[in-house]
Design a protein around this ligand. Structure first.
Ligand code: 2BA
Length: 107
């Protein structure tokens, strides 16, 4: 089994949640915050069989859009003192981590 962590934009979270559940995946959604932009995002945790990993990633990717977002002015101002800084960044689709599960139990 594998554990998938998928960080997605809040605007895509409802759709990603619905589609994963529609295909029978068990999902936990955590409200999270990106360390760079400090914007809210959503982190999905889902435990899947090895052979389901690619399918689950495909579903998440298909429903997670890329977005260009401005870096907040006050952050740009602070970063400017460190040298060059981006005025905007491309966020998403989804950032996905896949980990091995040693043991899975529901007792
Ligand atoms: P944030 O940390 O708020 O990052 C938002 C976007 O800012 C990133 O989009 C990326 O385009 C840019 N960015 C972030 N850190 C950067 C850096 N050190 N240098 C240059 N650009 C940087 P995404 O890459 O699509 O990431 C979206 C969100 O996924 C992130 O929000 C963060 O919450 C999470 N994430 C991405 N990579 C991660 C990683 N390696 N570990 C943990 N979380 C990650």
């Amino acid at each position: 089994m594998k554990l998938i962590f998928a960080i997605v934009n809040n605007d895509d979270a409802h759709t990603v949640n619905s589609v994963l559940r529609k295909f029978g995946y068990f999902v936990t959604k955590i409200s999270s915050t990106g360390g760079f932009l400090m914007n809210g995002n959503s982190t999905f945790i889902t435990g899947v069989k090895d052979e389901e990993v690619d399918h689950a990633i495909e579903l998440i990717g298909k429903h997670s859009k890329k977005r260009v977002q401005p870096v907040p002015v006050d952050m740009s101002y602070n970063l400017a003192s460190l040298g060059s800084y981006p005025a905007e960044v491309t966020v998403g689709g989804a950032t996905i981590f896949v980990l091995n599960i040693e043991k899975y139990e529901r007792v």
